[in-house]
Design a binder for this molecule. Structure first.
Ligand code: PGA
Length: 252
């Protein structure tokens, strides 16, 4: 159930500009020193679409991959302001976050997200698929039924499941500083991994990340949970120091 390779994924949200290249350079320098100790992590930075091409052409890092944060489900068409999976791929993105609660709150349903996942997989992008419950759903004891439905409604067993990474992000935890208890997290991660394997009839467990208020101070609490394969980091990923300290402290 445990994946040896740990993922540290940054979600820059609507922040960053060309000079943020400095952040990526600093993370790259850290990785080249750190990796000598034999730790094989995956570092992925999901940046605004306007920066993907610039970063992927400026940075040739074997440690860092660049991803996007959303896409439209059509390949092209009259969709003002939208960007397709094929456009992201051509810009150099390798990953795309889909189903983030901030996009769900703007109208992305499980069905829309399913179409987005299909278009991203079609383009051979890796999908970081976000699931998670609201505080009310948690209080009503509905966490498992909500995340089960999110997975069932947006994933089909005929997909290339190896290209799908799940990010469990309780909505009440995003940007609030509140994180679930260790025991709760263990249960949720076991549930997600078992459900995925059972529903989609896979031989192996999926990679599942935790997201929601991860920072350099609380990361140690997560290191004891072997079921967690990595982290989706929002606010703290916009600073190279904070992002690097998260990785350092995770292994302390
Ligand atoms: P946060 O965001 O780390 O700032 O809570 C996580 C996310 O939205 O993916």
């Amino acid at each position: 159930m445990t994946n040896k390779l740990k993922y540290f994924v940054g979600n820059w949200k609507m922040y960053g500009n060309f000079s943020s290249l400095r952040i990526i350079n600093q993370i790259h320098r850290f990785c080249s020193r750190f990796k000598k100790n034999g730790i094989k992590d995956k570092i992925i930075l999901c940046v605004p679409s306007t920066l993907i091409y610039f970063f992927t052409t400026k940075i040739k890092s074997k440690f860092i991959s660049i991803g996007a944060q959303n896409c439209h489900y059509q390949r092209s068409g009259a969709f003002t302001g939208s960007v397709s999976a094929s456009m992201l791929k051509k810009s150099g993105a390798k990953y795309v976050i889909l189903g983030h609660s901030e996009n769900r709150s703007e109208g992305d349903t499980n069905q829309v997200i399913k179409k987005k996942i299909e278009s991203a997989l079609d383009q051979k992008l890796y999908v970081i698929f976000c699931i998670g419950e609201t505080i009310n759903e948690k209080k009503k004891g509905k966490t498992f039924s909500v995340i089960r439905k999110q997975m069932k409604d947006s994933i089909d067993k005929k997909y290339n499941l190896k290209s799908i990474i799940i990010a469990y992000e309780p909505i009440w935890s995003i940007g609030t500083g509140n994180i679930p208890k260790v025991q709760e997290l263990k249960k949720s991660f076991r549930f997600i991994k078992n459900e995925f394997k059972k529903n989609f009839k896979t031989k192996t467990f999926p990679v599942v990340l935790y997201g929601g208020s991860v920072n350099d101070g609380n990361i140690r609490a997560f290191s004891s949970i072997s079921e967690i394969d990595g982290f989706l980091i929002g606010g703290a990923s916009q600073s190279s120091k904070k992002f690097i300290d998260i990785i350092k402290n995770y292994y302390k």
